[in-house]
Design a protein around this ligand. Structure first.
Ligand SMILES: C[S@@+](CC[C@H](N)C(=O)[O-])C[C@H]1O[C@@H](n2cnc3c(N)ncnc32)[C@H](O)[C@@H]1O
Length: 379
C-alpha cells in the first residue's frame, strides 16, 4: 500500500524527488522533498492525504476542459455533468491539502468557467473568491470561428481570502516599469516618477483645500471636484525637501515625486495577463520541444512564465506547490527552478517521457544549485 509508512521507508538524504507510481503502489527509491506521483490523481491524493494535510501553500491545476478534443496524450471528452462532478469532488479533496494562507488557481476556458465558478463558490465560499485572471493564450487570429478566442481564465480562490491578501506577494518591478522612472533634475536620491498631487474631493477635509505657491511665485489651486493630497504645511515641507515637481520650467501643475528606491513591496498583480508577459500556448509548446527534442509534442502545455507568476504571487521559496494534472511537467519545473517543493501528479505515460525527463534536464542545467532533485530510477 502507498501509505505514509512506505513513503517514510524510502527517506534517506532529504534532497531528492521521489517518483512514485500509484496503481500498483510501487515507489521509486528515493530521497525526497518533492514528489512526482504517477497515477489517478484522486487515488494519489488519498494516499498522500495524511502526510500533507494543510501543508500546501499553492495548488495550480489545469484540468481537461471537456472541449471534446482528442489529444496525443489524453482525451478531453466527457458528459458535462460527469466532468463537473468529477472535478468538483477532486477539488474538494485538494482543499484538505491547503494551508490556512493557501490558494488554488484553476485554468479553464470560456465554455466552462461559469459552471466551475459556481461549483468552486460552494466549496470555498463566495467570500473566498479572490479573482478571475484573464490570460491572453494566443496572439494570432482564429478565423474559422465567429469570434477568435484569444484568452483563457485562471480562477483564484483562497482558504481565507483576507489572510491571502495580507500574505500574498506583490510582483517585482520589471525593466519596463523601472524605465518609467527618470531623473531630469539630477536628484541625488536617484530616479523618480511624478504622480498627481490632487485627489478626488469626495472624502476631503477642509485643510486639503488651499493654494500652493510655486518657487517662481505662481499660485496653484486644485481643479474642480479635487483637493490636494496633503495639507498646506505638509506641502511646504515637501517643497522644501525637493519632493514636489513643478515641471521642467517650474511653471507646471505641482506633482509629487516618487523615488524608485523608496517604493516598497513591488506591484499589485493585475487581472489581465498579456501574452508578451507570460507567454502563449504556442510559445509553451516550443519551449517543451526545445527541452525534450524528439519527444511527441504535448498539445496543451502552459508557459513557464504563467506558472512562475502564479507561484511568485502565492508562495515563498521552500513552500509546497501541488499540481494534480501535471501534463508535461510545467508546474514542477517552475517549482524546482524557483526553490519551492512540489507534488506533481499525472496518470499518463508522459509522467515519464515528459515530466521526469524535463526535470532531469533542469537539474542538470542548474547543477548543484538545485537541491531537490534526484530521481532514483524509474519504476
Ligand atoms: C491540460 S493537461 C495539463 C497541462 C499542464 N498544465 C502542462 O503545462 O503541461 C491535463 C493533464 O491532466 C491529466 N489527467 C487527466 N485526468 C487525470 C487524472 N484523473 N489523474 C491524473 N492525471 C489526469 C492528463 O493526462 C493531462 O496530461
Amino acid at each position: 500500500m502507498f501509505d505514509e509508512a512506505s513513503i517514510k521507508d524510502t527517506v534517506g538524504d532529504p534532497s531528492g524527488v521521489c517518483l512514485a507510481e500509484v496503481g500498483n503502489m510501487r515507489l521509486g527509491g528515493g530521497n525526497y522533498n518533492s514528489i512526482l506521483a504517477r497515477g489517478d490523481n484522486d487515488l494519489v491524493l488519498d494516499a498522500l492525504g495524511a502526510r500533507f494535510h494543510r501543508m500546501v501553500r499553492c495548488i495550480y491545476i489545469d484540468p481537461p476542459y471537456n472541449n471534446m478534443e482528442s489529444y496525443a496524450h489524453y482525451d478531453d471528452r466527457d458528459r458535462h455533468d460527469v466532468w463537473i462532478s468529477k472535478l468538483t469532488r477532486h477539488v474538494e479533496r485538494l482543499k484538505n491539502f491547503l494551508s490556512e494562507d493557501g490558494s488554488i488557481w484553476i485554468s479553464i476556458d470560456d465554455h466552462q468557467v461559469h459552471y466551475l465558478k459556481v461549483a468552486l463558490d460552494q466549496i470555498f465560499g463566495r467570500e473566498n473568491f479572490v479573482s478571475t485572471i484573464i490570460w491572453e493564450h494566443r496572439k494570432t487570429r482564429e478565423n474559422r470561428r465567429a469570434f477568435s478566442n484569444n484568452h483563457e481564465y485562471v480562477l483564484v480562490y483562497a482558504v481565507d481570502a483576507n489572510l491571502f491578501k495580507r500574505r500574498r506577494n506583490k510582483l517585482p518591478y520589471d525593466e519596463t516599469v523601472k524605465a518609467r522612472f527618470k531623473n531630469p533634475d539630477n536628484d541625488p536620491r536617484g530616479p523618480w516618477q511624478s504622480i498627481s498631487l490632487n485627489v478626488q474631493a469626495g472624502h476631503a477635509t477642509r485643510s486639503q483645500f488651499h493654494e500652493i505657491t510655486a518657487p517662481n511665485g505662481k499660485r496653484h489651486t486644485p481643479p474642480a471636484g479635487r483637493c490636494w493630497m496633503y495639507t498646506a504645511e505638509k506641502v511646504l515641507d515637501l517643497i522644501e525637501d525637493n519632493r514636489i515637481w513643478f515641471g521642467k520650467d517650474g511653471d507646471g501643475v505641482p506633482r509629487l515625486k516618487r523615488f524608485l528606491d523608496e517604493i516598497e513591496g513591488g506591484l499589485t498583480p493585475q487581472t489581465l495577463w498579456r501574452a508578451d508577459e507570460v507567454g502563449t500556448t504556442d510559445t509553451a509548446k516550443k519551449d517543451v520541444l526545445r527541452l525534450l527534442p524528439g519527444e511527441t509534442v504535448f498539445d496543451t502545455p502552459k508557459p513557464e512564465q504563467l506558472i512562475e507568476r502564479i507561484i511568485e504571487i502565492s508562495t515563498n521559496p521552500g513552500d509546497m506547490v501541488l499540481d494534480s494534472f501535471l501534463g508535461s511537467g510545467t508546474t514542477a519545473s517552475v517549482a524546482l527552478r524557483t526553490g519551492r517543493r512540489f507534488i506533481g501528479i499525472e496518470r499518463g505515460e508522459h509522467m515519464i517521457s515528459h515530466c521526469h525527463h524535463r526535470l532531469k534536464c533542469l537539474a542538470e542545467k542548474y547543477g548543484s544549485g538545485v537541491r531537490y532533485f534526484e530521481v532514483q530510477g524509474i519504476l
